[in-house]
Design a protein. Sequence first.
Length: 133
Amino acid sequence: MKKTNCFFLCLFFLLASCSSKPGAVHTGKPDWFYKPSAGGKIGGIGIAGEHVSGLNAQKSLAIERAIDDIAKQLGVEVKQITTVTSVGNQDTVRTEIATYSIQTVNGEVVKAVIMEFWEDPESSKLYVWMVVK
């Protein structure tokens, strides 16, 4: 009986070790996470964690990061404009800072379309896949 149990235990470990490729990691992420470029077009991934301003702000951040990812691949010229506005009186002052980033490649604005969103159920991070139009 002991030899039979030992045999099955060894067989189990042998089969378990052969069941996956060496170095393969199964994370549950969609296939496009590992290969964002599709059909000969350049793709990018944007990732954003939970945002204090809610889901729309989280989506906007993920989209910005995906466009940044695409722009890096294309060799981008970035023009950044920052405006600072202070409003208030003697007791209270509110300062608003707005930053705009315009990204161009060879003088052309980078245009990309959203292909898919995916939210990681464990971390609540939002992933967006975008491809150059």
